[in-house]
Design a protein. Sequence first.
Length: 246
Amino acid sequence: MATREVPIPRDPTEDEAFALFKAVEDKFPSQTLGDDKWYVLLLAAIVGGGQPGFAPLLYGELIERPEYQTSEQRQALMRRLRETLFKLIVIVGVCKPLEAIFDIDAITRPEDKDYTFSREDWQCDEANAKRGAAWQGRLYQHDQQGIDDVLASQKDFDWTSKQITYGLYLSDHNILNDVETELTVLSGIMIQNLPRETAWHLRGTRRIGVSREDVETLQQCIELVASFCDLRLHKVPRVADIEHEV
């Protein structure tokens, strides 16, 4: 009986990665959202999309720019990249972000290493729960009750969502602000072709003030990364599909 070999997909090249970086930066709505956010979306999508090995290429490209010519500037950049990857843990799991961290660290100059610990004083306490609930409230508003009703019989998921997903990871905006955090979440979810959660975070991105036109452009940026990663995003909605819920 003949066996069928599973085809091995072709890995993208570095030249293709550089072309992707430029395409995303050019398309990203920097005039309205700021010119320091495109790489947050790109990093979250490319790592979540299964290509964490290109994270150090992005880091190397960024530190060649004029705004990152001192160790202090590169350390600040590292904190932003690390926070993106840290928040991505709760969206895609720990292994892909960890792979990216190891690869980035391997090319980081000793003087550029950043030894700060952003959550050193974190506690799983009432203040943590309130902070997480406040951020959930901005994103979900009246829709939160429907989620709570479902999770009433799934207590472990309810606790994890409130104390860990939002309390520990997503409500901390000390390094990445609210829009940057939601860029990370939306990219990490959409790149997995998840329709329900993508709809929630298209809606959430609109609710924190990003325009309908910009959200559509963000989705187009994520689609560029999906094509690079050889992924299909055929199940996810678009901002026009959820606009009536905003």
